[in-house]
Every structure is written in C-alpha cells, then in structure tokens.
Design a protein around this ligand. Structure first.
Ligand SMILES: *[C@@H]1O[C@H](CO)[C@@H](O)[C@H](O)[C@H]1NC(C)=O
Ligand SMILES: *[C@@H]1O[C@H](CO)[C@@H](O)[C@H](O)[C@H]1NC(C)=O
Length: 580
C-alpha cells in the first residue's frame, strides 16, 4: 500500500509540476510549498493509518497495517520517497511529463493540418490541388464555392477528407440506383425526412414530424445563401440523433474496392455544369412502389447495438468481433492501450474505433440501448449530424447551431450574471449540466452510460475520501525488444487529501443531471433519481461563469461544442464515440 501511495505521490508531484508550468495550478511554483505539501500529506497519512489501527479494536488477526511500527516504517519510506522525488524534480527540471510531450505533438499536428487545409491562394491552385489530392476534377460550381468560402475567410479551402470519406462508397453504385435508394429511404416510419430541391428552391417533404421540423428548417437556413447553385435533387435527412447505416465488413470491402475505380468521366469531357433535366430522373411514379421491397430499416431501439451494428464493420479477426462476454466490473486496460500513451489518450482518431475496444459495448448509451435506432446493413444515402466509427452515414453540419438552439450569447455588461468574463475572473469550476439522454435504460443499462458514469464519479464516488487514479503496474522491464509488451495499468484510489497537490484542490466540480431522469422505464427512473439527485435546469448562458466546461457525448452530435469554443472558457471534449 505504501508503495502505491509513494508512486501515486510521485505522480502527483510530477503533475503538480507540469500543471504549474502550464499556469493552471495555484502556487505550484514554489518548491517550499511542495515540500510543505509533501510533509502535510505524510502527516495526514500517518494520522489516517494510525486512526485505522485504533478503529480496528481487538481483532484476533490484525491486518498487516495494524501495527504501529509497521505504519511508522511505511510512512518513513513514503517520506523518503517523496523527498527523493522532490529532489529529483528540483534538480532535473527538464524531465518531461508525458502530457507535455502529447501537448507539443498535438500542437505540431494541428499546425500541420491547418497549413495543408488552406494551402491554395487562388482558384486555379485550389482546383489543381483538388485534382492532385482526390484524383478527380472538382464538382461543377466549385468556383462559386471557392468564392463563398474565401469571402468568409474559411480556414478550410483544400481539405475535403471527411467529406470524401463519407461519399467514397457511393462511387460504387450507379447514379440511378442512388436515386432509387434515396426514394426508398424516405418515410415517416423510416424516420428519414425528404428535402427536394427544384429550380433553386428547397421544399421539405410532407412527412416530417413537427417536433423535428427545426432540423430541416436549419438545413434550409444553411443552404439559403447558395441554394440557387444547387442542382435539382432529393436528399434524405436522418431525423434521429443516432446514425443509421452500418455495413458489415465483407460488404464494405467489396464496396470500397468497387468505388476505387475512380472518376468515370474522361478528363477532356469534364463540363463545369450539371446535366439538364435532372428533375425528371427523380420522378418515381407510384408504379415503382410495387417493386419496393420492405422498408430498408429495422427498429433496433432499446437493444444492444455494439455487436449487431457498432463493430460490424470491423474485421472478423478484430477483438471487438471475437469478445462477446465481458466482465463489466474490470477495467480493460488493454482496450485503451493502443490509443494511449501511458495512461493518457494520445490518438483521438484511433480512440473512436470500436475494433480494439470490446468493452465499449457496455460503456456507452448508444451501444447499450439507443433510444431511437432504425439502422440498415445496406448502403443508403442518409445525411446525419454525426456518426460513430464504422457508420456510413453522410455527415453534414448540425442545424442545431443554425437554429438558436444553443448559441453563444453572453450578456454584454460585466455586471450581468450571464456575462462572459476573462478567463482569470471565472470561477475555478469544472462544469457540466445535461440529461440522461444518451440511451434508454430499462434493465440497469444506465450504469454503463458515459453521462451517468461522469456524474457518479464527480459526486458519488463510493468513498468520499478516496479518488481514482491509474498507476503503472510494477514489474521488471522486459529486455527483449522484439516482444513489444503492452503497458499495463491498474486503477487505484488515492486519498483525496492528495488532490491539492494534483492542482485539483481548488477546482470544484459542478456536474449534475438536470430536472428529471429522461429515457428510463419503470424502476430505472426512481433508482437513478435516488442515486444522482437532480439540479435545477440552468440558463445556457450561465456556462461562461466557469473556467472549465465538459462536453460529453449524448445520443449523437454535440449541440454545445461550438458555443463552448466561442467562449472564453476552456472546453474539454470528453473523447466520445461520435464524430461530426
Ligand atoms: C492514430 O491512429 C491512426 C490509425 O491507426 C494512424 O493512422 C495515425 O497515424 C495515428 N496518429 C497519430 C498522431 O499517432
Ligand atoms: C450523489 O450525489 C448527489 C449530489 O451531491 C446527491 O444528491 C445524491 O444523494 C448522492 N447519491 C447518493 C446515493 O449518495
């Protein structure tokens, strides 16, 4: 135990050091304070340990720490350890914390991305760059798009990778077939809304539910500036938050192969215009309905979706498709190792992949029990606001941010409650408010959902005096270089009295579920209400009072991340499964 505490403490000291360098901690810079903290911690620990000796009373079999001399030795060791680490960090201030390495790598990656995203200076350069990157000419109207983007100082002129990835599979299908599948996907039961564009005007299909109309209104608002440039066509919008199209691995490979053929148009016949009379090709007379197969979607709401859809696009040999039974009480350290450096997430892209993470089946509402889920295993062109890894929906920017649903609109005067003050004047709080909307809980699924887990961790961690932390397992390093060992870590708890040294002391978490427990059945409603306690719902503009804002996955896209980024607060995008 002492060993662990010592190591935990060593970790604490390192973190305190790095946070103070990043300017986040209170007063970590003074080594005297650190020494005082070390001393205090040792004394507190000594007191706690001897307290537990007293409380045990006359036990027939005293536990190993039940002996005062042992406690003393233990704590002396601890003191020495901590002192030597202090000494170490004082003398070798250049020793880098893993987070510093990750921060500088991420910053370099960001700069490089930005540079390639807006490399071109003219339309000609941009067109040439498009041909070079994507091996096909840009679509008709690219010049209008270029003007539109540059007039608005878009930082993305050249990078269409996300968009190309989402559209890639459709190059494997004939255009007439794409139109037919679009037509088949429409419908109230299918929960796909129709948007028709004819002669530069958009019209919303009749079957859109009033509750979801804002979504299509948002799409129209987004398109209004350039709708006259969009050719006639029908588009199918997913009215659910959850994505829809998950293609099994083998089918996906054939589609990818078929789609890789490249542009169908020879270079010299490229025209900068769409074909005439497109509207006629979208005419599906009622007679074509006779050969309409059953609805392409199945209702999978409230059912576990990880193995049937979530990981279906992973290779059969992948861990996610081999491991079905899972001990949900154990932390799967090898599941997060591939996308982590030590205990820290280091590859955000890879972290979204379920293929190496069978434990995700039990750790997210979308995989445990999605509230509205009508998916298909076949390729249909469905526009969604976000999708999880492996899904083949076509992403588009969420209309949420265009419809005043959650906007960054702080009050203008410093005296206002909802003013957005400079960072240093904000309260030292890590803030989150939200609903239990990630998935629907009937049989205790809520215990695995990310939102509930966060709230529980912040407010109801089983013991109020201990805090969870990852520690590397102590084992001798394997010398054999060939045999790359996955790092192994275990979750341990450290006394919360150590938290000030982590730089977390004065940061108060203000993390709560609001108003009522949503998306639950029967006993799962009162059980959650009892477990979490609920707070009043708050004005969205009250976020700006807090220094740190958590943005956590719900049932799909995040409605808050953009306003969070606009504010003077520091948002944390808690690595989720959805990508927008
Ligand atoms: C993250 O993982 C992906 C997929 O394995 C890989 O292509 C990419 O290079 C990795 N990125 C970094 C920064 O390591
Ligand atoms: C969990 O914490 C919340 C907020 O502090 C509280 O209202 C609730 O009663 C706690 N739950 C339990 C079971 O202690």
């Amino acid at each position: 135990m002492c060993m662990y505490i010592s190591i935990a403490y060593a970790n604490v000291i390192e973190l305190a050091q790095s946070t103070s360098e990043a300017g986040l901690s209170l007063d970590g810079n003074s080594s005297i304070i650190k020494r005082l903290v070390a001393l205090t911690v040792s004394v507190i620990f000594y007191l706690q340990a001897s307290q537990s000796t007293k409380n045990q009373g006359p036990s027939p079999k005293p536990r190993f720490y039940g002996r005062a001399p042992f406690v003393t030795i233990c704590c002396a060791t601890f003191l020495l350890w901590s002192w030597s680490f202090l000494h170490y960090s004082a003398n070798e201030g250049t020793r880098m914390h893993p987070l510093d390495g990750l921060l500088s790598a991420a910053s370099a990656q960001h700069d490089a991305w930005l540079q390639q995203a807006s490399a071109s200076r003219t339309l000609d350069e941009c067109t040439a760059e498009y041909r070079r990157r994507y091996k096909r000419p840009p679509p008709p109207g690219f010049d209008a798009w270029y003007r539109y983007a540059t007039e608005r100082s878009s930082v993305i002129i050249d990078d269409f990778d996300n968009l190309m990835d989402d559209l890639q599979l459709f190059w494997a299908i004939r255009p007439a077939e794409i139109r037919k599948r679009t037509h088949l996907a429409f419908g109230d039961w299918n929960e796909v809304a129709k948007l028709s564009i004819r002669s530069g005007k958009a019209e919303i299909g009749p079957e859109v539910k009033p509750t979801h109309r804002w979504m299509l209104d948002g799409v129209m608002a987004m398109m209004s500036n350039y709708i006259d440039k969009i050719p006639d066509m029908d588009l199918g919008f997913n009215i659910n938050d959850e994505p829809r199209i998950a293609i099994p691995y083998d089918d996906l490979q054939s589609l990818l192969k078929a789609s890789a053929i490249g542009p169908r148009t020879a270079k010299d016949t490229v025209l900068n215009e769409f074909s005439k009379d497109r509207a006629a090709s979208w005419n599906f007379s009622d007679s074509s309905d006779t050969e309409t197969p059953n609805a392409p979607f199945t209702d999978q709401s409230f059912l576990p979706s990880f193995h049937t859809y979530g990981s279906i696009s992973c290779p059969r040999s992948s861990r996610a498709r081999r491991s079905y039974l899972w001990d949900t009480r154990a932390l799967c350290t090898t599941c997060f190792a591939p996308h982590s450096t030590g205990i820290f997430l280091s590859n955000w892209t890879l972290s979204a992949s379920p293929c190496h993470q069978p434990d995700l089946a039990h750790l997210h509402g979308f995989y445990l029990s999605p509230a509205a889920f009508k998916p298909s295993h076949s390729l249909y062109p469905i526009f969604s606001q976000s999708k999880a890894y492996g899904y083949a929906d076509i992403r588009y920017p969420s209309p949420w941010n265009y419809m005043d649903k959650a906007v960054y609109a702080p009050y203008p005067n410093a005296s206002d409650q909802h003013y957005d003050p400079p960072f240093s004047e904000k309260s030292d709080t890590l803030f989150w408010r939200g609903a239990t909307s990630e998935g629907l809980s009937r049989f205790g699924e809520w215990q695995g959902m990310a939102r509930q887990r966060l709230v529980h961790l912040a407010n109801n961690h089983t013991s109020s005096t201990f805090y969870p932390i990852f520690l590397p397992n102590l084992h001798p390093q394997k010398q054999n270089q060939e045999e790359k060992e996955e790092p192994s870590y275990s979750l341990h708890t450290i006394p919360s009295s150590l938290l000030p040294a982590l730089g977390l002391g004065p940061t108060i978490t203000d993390i709560n579920l609001v108003s009522k427990i949503d998306r639950c059945w029967d006993a799962d409603c009162p059980v959650q209400a009892r477990e979490f306690g609920l707070s009043e719902s708050t004005d969205f503009q009250s976020h700006w009072r807090h220094k740190y804002l958590v943005d956590l996955d719900g049932a799909g896209f995040s409605g808050r991340f953009i306003p969070f980024l606009q504010s003077r607060s520091l948002p944390f995008k808690v690595a989720g499964v959805f990508r927008e």
